[in-house]
Design a protein around this ligand. Structure first.
Ligand SMILES: CC(C)(COP(=O)(O)OP(=O)(O)OC[C@H]1O[C@@H](n2cnc3c(N)ncnc32)[C@H](O)[C@@H]1OP(=O)(O)O)[C@@H](O)C(=O)NCCC(=O)NCCS
Length: 179
């Protein structure tokens, strides 16, 4: 298994992986129509082509068995949400915007390799910290992020279709940052 930067030719497959994995991050009881609306709006192949071509974003893919097993999307720049900006103070900072691994690949190191590459990419880009939002009911992801040095810094909300979801905001500060 390797982790590499995605390119435009990966957009279709990334869209399929995203559509399969996004529902796993939503709390039980989330509306199927709201999830489908979010996927159509944010996780289509067309959107991935935009993400990959955007110099403020980085898309990393984990590849094994000849296919994409998971992906990460990083955003550079200060948080746009004022509630996030009030608790995420370090600058420059990177957002870990998406972190998704196919269900058959959980617990086998794919996600850890993606996370290591994501943190390396953020640090190489000059960031002193990485932040993310995670659904308050997504205990597995919270535990995973905790293992990788993220701590809860605050809360925010996140729209999935017409549903308002409650997130934790988590922060990983690089040691020695700012010195
Ligand atoms: C989040 C994700 C990337 C983590 O990858 P992973 O391979 O599952 O992570 P790991 O197995 O290394 O770590 C998960 C930890 O949560 C634990 N865990 C599993 N289910 C849990 C639960 N219901 N409650 C609490 N902890 C749980 C696991 O035991 C493991 O901890 P351990 O290593 O101490 O035993 C992956 O699960 C995923 O893609 N999930 C679906 C999409 C998603 O939720 N993405 C995050 C959006 S913010």
């Amino acid at each position: 298994m390797t982790v590499e930067r995605a390119d435009i030719s990966d957009a279709e497959e990334l869209g399929r992986v995203a559509a399969e994995t996004f529902p796993l991050a939503c709390p039980p009881g989330s509306g199927a129509e709201d999830i489908a609306a979010f996927i159509a709006e944010n996780l289509s192949a067309e959107r991935f082509r935009e993400y990959i071509g955007d110099s403020t974003r980085t898309v990393l893919k984990a590849v094994g068995e000849g296919r994409i097993l998971g992906y990460v999307l990083l955003n550079s720049g200060a948080p746009a949400d004022p509630k996030v900006a009030s608790v995420i103070v370090p600058r420059p900072v990177t957002e870990l915007s998406k972190m998704y691994v196919l269900p058959g690949q959980h617990g086998n190191g794919v996600s850890g390799a993606l996370m290591s590459s994501a943190l390396d990419a953020a640090r190489s880009a000059g960031s002193v910290a990485v932040w993310l939002g995670v659904n308050q009911e997504n205990a597995r992801a919270q535990r995973f992020y905790g293992k990788h040095g993220f701590e809860v810094a605050g809360t925010k909300t996140f729209m999935v279709g017409s549903e308002l979801h409650q997130d934790y905001v988590m922060l990983h500060e690089f040691s020695g940052a700012g010195r």
